[in-house]
Design a protein. Structure first.
Length: 454
């Protein structure tokens, strides 16, 4: 329970976690030194000074008590006042009542002084602090002996210089530590930025720097990036070579079968050859998804409207529906145009194959920009949605479909890869709109891709 609560309030970034690890012990030590050591020093010195002054008070009272009458006692009190530089007087009875000031909770010195006076002296009629001075009344042979003296005479002064030096040096060292910590975090941030950009298909220049461990991680990242680039290049070359080698015999077969189109068997074989050509095109489309493409500013609204118009001409009953309650606004994102267009085209093509009506919505929700395509087709069962986004996976509905729906099982895989390369994701769900209870494909993009205004 405590661990979960601490985890919820702890900072997420490594920079602030490292700052906490660095500064929490330092602040704790400063507080312990200030509260325990310094306060105990105040208390000990104040008690000692108050105890010493109590002996002076006893001496003054003994001198007053030794005199024969009140007049002589008053003269002796005046002499004592000049000698000790405090207020000393003998009050005739009845003396006016006094009420001490209310001591604030943080004024520990006054509390210690009053407590020490009460425990050391006898015959105290009144002791309190009034206007920053200690007023003390004692019983004597000639009436009440009143002494008025400043509080700092019997208490240790706060070592403000020590506190100022501690605060100034602590702030200065904290600033220096922040600068060093920021310099140590910068190589980690550069590594994270390079890795994130590579995940989106961008190759950012990166040179390992920083501490030994960070340099080792950077070198490992560069080696991994080179291996992945070689793998992508080899896969693309392999698929391109296979497609090139297959197209020549397929072209010859197509020409030969075209000359025999009067034969029923020839027409069936020609249909198979065209399906093989379509499969090769899909394989190449899947391979091209990993090829580097320069990102540029794209008007997402215009792109969606253009693709919807194309599929409407192809026979799909599809329209762009505004999100209810949302203000229509232009969404210009930094995208890889061909890759994202291919992803949107595949989603609409699926709706065209398996449905008769579809609806497209575009809106921003929190930190995400969502393009939703709902249709009235058979949909995909929840347990099969994760499998549907894997390459070369065709569900039972697709395997049993007609030639019109034949494919290689790469449509949604291409969409998922395209969105991952933009830092987004593909979500599959059941449509919730009336009459569109089939599949809902959500193309989710991070709002950080929005282009900065000119």
């Amino acid at each position: 329970m405590l661990a979960r609560m601490l985890k919820s309030i702890m900072p997420r970034s490594l920079y602030w976690r490292a700052a906490l690890i660095l500064f929490v012990p330092v602040v704790t030590i400063l507080l312990v030194v200030s509260v325990v050591f310094i306060q105990r020093h105040y208390e000990g010195v104040t008690r000692q000074m108050t105890g010493n002054f109590a002996h002076t008070v006893e001496y003054i009272r003994s001198e007053i008590d030794a005199l024969p009458d009140a007049e002589a006692a008053g003269d002796r009190a005046a002499q004592m006042a000049r000698a000790f530089d405090i207020g000393v007087s003998v009050l005739p009875a009845p003396a006016p009542e006094l009420r001490g000031d209310r001591i604030p909770f943080y004024d520990l010195n006054s509390r210690i002084v009053l407590a020490q006076m009460n425990s050391t002296l006898t015959g105290i009629a009144f002791v309190g602090v009034i206007d920053g001075a200690v007023w003390l009344r004692l019983d004597s042979e000639h009436g009440l002996l009143q002494l008025i003296f400043p509080l700092n005479m019997v208490s240790a002064r706060n070592p403000h210089q020590l506190l100022v030096v501690m605060l100034f040096s602590g702030l200065l060292m904290s600033l220096v530590a922040f600068v060093f910590l920021k310099n140590q975090m910068r190589p980690i941030r550069r590594l994270a930025a390079a890795a994130e950009a590579f995940g989106r298909g961008e190759i950012k220049p990166y040179h390992p720097s920083g501490a030994t461990e960070v340099r080792a991680a950077g070198q490992a990242f560069l080696q991994m990036r080179r291996r992945i680039e070689r793998h992508i290049e080899q896969r693309t070359l392999m698929l391109s070579g296979i497609s090139h080698d297959l197209r020549t015999p397929l072209t010859r077969m197509t020409l030969g079968l075209s000359m025999m189109d009067h034969e029923p068997e020839a027409r069936a074989l020609l249909s198979d050859v065209r399906q093989m050509e379509s499969l090769i095109d899909r394989f190449l489309e899947f391979a091209r998804a990993d090829l580097a493409e320069e990102a540029s500013a794209v008007d997402l609204n215009a792109l969606v409207d253009e693709k919807v118009a194309e599929f409407r001409q192809a026979g799909l009953d599809v329209a762009v529906a505004p999100d209810p309650g949302a203000e229509q606004q232009s969404l210009t994102l930094i995208l890889r145009p061909q890759l994202f267009t291919r992803a949107l085209d595949n989603v609409l093509a699926n709706a065209h194959r398996y449905a008769t009506r579809a609806r497209v919505r575009l809106w921003q929700e929190g930190d995400s920009i969502i393009v939703s395509v709902e249709d009235d087709g058979p949909g995909i069962a929840p347990r099969q949605r994760a499998e549907a986004m894997k390459p070369f996976v065709r569900l039972d509905a697709a395997r049993g479909a007609s030639d019109r729906a034949a494919g290689a099982g790469l449509g949604l895989a291409i969409v998922a890869d395209a969105l991952r390369s933009h830092g987004g994701r593909l979500e599959l769900a059941q449509g919730q709109s009336p009459g569109l209870g089939g599949l809902e494909a959500r193309l989710v993009l991070p709002a950080s891709l929005r282009a900065a205004p000119d």
